[in-house]
Design a protein around this ligand. Sequence first.
Ligand SMILES: NC(=O)c1ccc[n+]([C@@H]2O[C@H](COP(=O)([O-])OP(=O)(O)OC[C@H]3O[C@@H](n4cnc5c(N)ncnc54)[C@H](OP(=O)(O)O)[C@@H]3O)[C@@H](O)[C@H]2O)c1
Length: 428
Amino acid sequence: MRIGLLGCGTVGQAVVRTLIGGGATIERASGHRLEVGPILVRDPTKLRPGVDPALITTDPARVLDDPSVSIVVEVMGGLDPTLGYLQTAIARGASVVTANKQLLSRYGPELLTAAQEAGAELRFEASACAAIPVIKVLRESLLAAEITAVTGIVNGTTNFILTEMSRGGLSYEEALARAQELGYAEADPSEDVGGADAAAKMAILSSIAFHSRVRIDDVPYEGIDRLQAEDLGHALALGFVVKLLGVARLMNGSASVRVYPALVPRGHRLAAIDGPDNAVLLESRATREIMLVGPGAGGDETASAVVADILSILGTHQGSFLHNALADAGRAIAPPGSVSSAFYLRMAVADRPGVLARIASAFADEELSIRTVVQSGSGDEARLVLILHNGPEERMEQALARMRALDDVRGDPVMLRVLGSGEGGVRR
Ligand SMILES: NC(=O)c1ccc[n+]([C@@H]2O[C@H](COP(=O)([O-])OP(=O)(O)OC[C@H]3O[C@@H](n4cnc5c(N)ncnc54)[C@H](OP(=O)(O)O)[C@@H]3O)[C@@H](O)[C@H]2O)c1
């Protein structure tokens, strides 16, 4: 199965790396060996680490017209000549995977119809919310759920800026400059901060959710570029955070899709989505609320969705499906004791001098260090509550055995793991 690429920039290079790195697993699960290339670019002389220069071409026909290329991956962006390229590939029966939200939100219905007529597949998971598999969930898992609302934080740049303004007290200009510095905003951020990027994604998501044809021109949008830090301050004082929301509702059978900055109650699930992350809340009577959260941009993140689409196309070939049972990589099981986490510990202790020092030294003997300690009560009620820094579980077990042997400790200490830094990590 040959995969041709249109474009080999941030996303394209990550797609090539992922396909090559995951080739063996893909072959075991799908029965197809994937071959990558040819790859269309504008400038063949650019450095593209991990990409075989022999696969690079500047001739679109090598990707579009070669019958041995069964799947065309479009990661070049733009409308022209991209639309024509995709129409050419689809017309000869090639399946297409695209990450191009501008194109999909304008010409999605025409491209889907053309693909249907040609017996080809058109997939576009990466066009909305990059790594989050929201389109697959809507198209497959929730196909019959009758989704009535999609509410999303679908632009990571603006969410990062708003988080910085709320948390760090930065002005809009300062927060934008910081986003640019960290690579979360482009040099020309107008598509993001003006709301057009979110509107394109909401057009795509609502089309799938409501089984309808919503185009970007049907989505009125406002951005965050006119928001004042002062209003974010007032919102916070009143118990709200400000988010740029995509809001799609089915109202008496009609689709209403809009993008605007809105106050979100601090207890709402979407209020907790900070920084460059995206989140989509899907509502239906049957499933109530389902929220998907994750990175909404980035080369590897977007490539993950592109490769998922390729796999989904492989799964439709010859009525086949992915044989996950055959995808056994033969991994060893990590012994539980080698897993690291931070720990919470509560214990009843004797109320006498030096208790804390003896306990701390028992932890130190196991190379575990204390992050926080709270001592409360006296006499029979004396308690110690500790949070320990990240450490391997087997060390913690040994430390607990030492605790139980100490005269100072009464009864069995209560130990819980703390979610956070290093949790789940395996000691090397
Ligand atoms: N980056 C992300 O985080 C992200 C997230 C979601 C979706 N996307 C979408 O993914 C697509 C690609 O984004 P990207 O960030 O990878 O862009 P990029 O880094 O600018 O790469 C674009 C690639 O396409 C090639 N190209 C552009 N116009 C061409 C033309 N007319 N003919 C031949 N080749 C052409 C470029 O060739 P040269 O290398 O020769 O310049 C380059 O290899 C876009 O639709 C974008 O909206 C990106």
